[in-house]
Write a protein that binds this ligand. Structure first.
Ligand code: CA
Ligand code: CA
Length: 301
């Protein structure tokens, strides 16, 4: 028989043991909050509760915060984990990770993966999934990670992508520029083309916008064209700005989200005078991309 006093002693020893084990975790977590999670998790009963991760993202600077976002490519997603909480009231640390991204994406969390509110750039159209795990002061991980999913759409009637590799670059990057011009007008016309000197245009009921990376690096450039005019023709070109590395360019045309045309890779030398006339879009009942693939005289940018 175990009397009442022995029972109370056994209970006290058990509580002291679990408190000591938890105390070990607390004393070492300062060096690495991830290292001793298993120690805490295995100690029963734990006096601590796992924190709750909460993550939201905002498209650009003024969007509505959410967890399932739709955005144009080439815009920033601003993340926030500030609504994460710990039932024990301890300070939290943050660990973000981009766990899914589209092919060719090179985006990263800026200024880092361990701040409460990093941001990242949708460099390529497609699906992104970001997870946030928070850790409390005892090193205990969130019960489950919080998730933000982003679809960088591009479900425009006409979407053009210019991507390129830098070759023979000796550390330099090629700066290629995508051009798109309404039929009947010259390359570089300020109202009837989009190019480095003109980022958007309204042609009839249609709206055209050009997106490019500001760093001149090997990130894709895009033209998005909403509501193109039926029966109209639009020309597509690529210019390699002078004084930079050689670039090997590929142009892709999507109609209504489906790939319609992919060019063969094209090597472009730095040159001020020539533009690679890739081809043209004939927008009608059955839209076509017609390849031309020739060099034409290039206007000033
Ligand atoms: Ca806790
Ligand atoms: Ca460019």
């Amino acid at each position: 028989m175990i009397n009442g006093i022995s029972m109370r002693w056994m209970w006290l020893v058990a509580v002291m043991a679990s408190t000591l084990m938890a105390g070990c975790g607390e004393s070492t977590q300062q060096e690495d909050p991830l290292a001793d999670v298993s120690v805490i998790a295995d100690s029963e009963p734990s006096p601590y509760q796992c924190p709750q991760a909460d993550a939201v993202g905002t498209v650009g600077r003024f969007g509505e915060p959410g967890t399932e976002l739709h955005a144009d490519p080439q815009i920033d997603i601003n993340l926030s984990g500030e609504n994460s909480t710990d039932p024990d009231g301890t300070e939290l640390t943050y660990r973000w990770e981009i766990v899914e991204r589209p092919k060719f994406s090179r985006t990263f969390l800026d200024p880092g993966d361990d701040v409460v509110d990093p941001h990242f750039y949708l460099d390529v159209p497609g699906d992104y999934r970001v997870e946030l795990t928070v850790y409390d002061e005892h090193g205990l991980a969130a019960c489950e990670p919080a998730v933000v999913e982003v679809t960088a759409a591009g479900d425009y009637e006409i979407q053009l992508q210019l991507a390129w590799e830098n070759i023979h670059d000796e550390g330099r990057t090629a700066n290629l520029n995508l051009h798109y011009v309404h039929d009947g007008w010259s390359w570089g016309n300020e109202r009837w083309s989009v190019q480095p000197g003109n980022g958007s245009a309204v042609w009839g009921d249609s709206y055209v916008r050009r997106q490019s990376s500001s760093d001149g690096g090997a990130w894709p450039e895009y033209v998005f064209h909403e509501h193109p005019e039926s029966g109209q023709r639009y020309h597509v070109g690529v210019h390699h700005r002078a004084g930079r590395a050689v670039g090997e360019a590929t142009v892709t045309a999507k109609f209504n989200g489906q790939i319609e045309y992919v060019s063969a890779p094209k090597t472009l030398e730095p040159d001020d005078d020539e533009l690679w006339y890739v081809g043209y879009v004939d927008w009608g009942e059955e839209p076509l991309f017609v390849e031309v693939d020739t060099a034409v005289e290039h206007p000033l940018e």
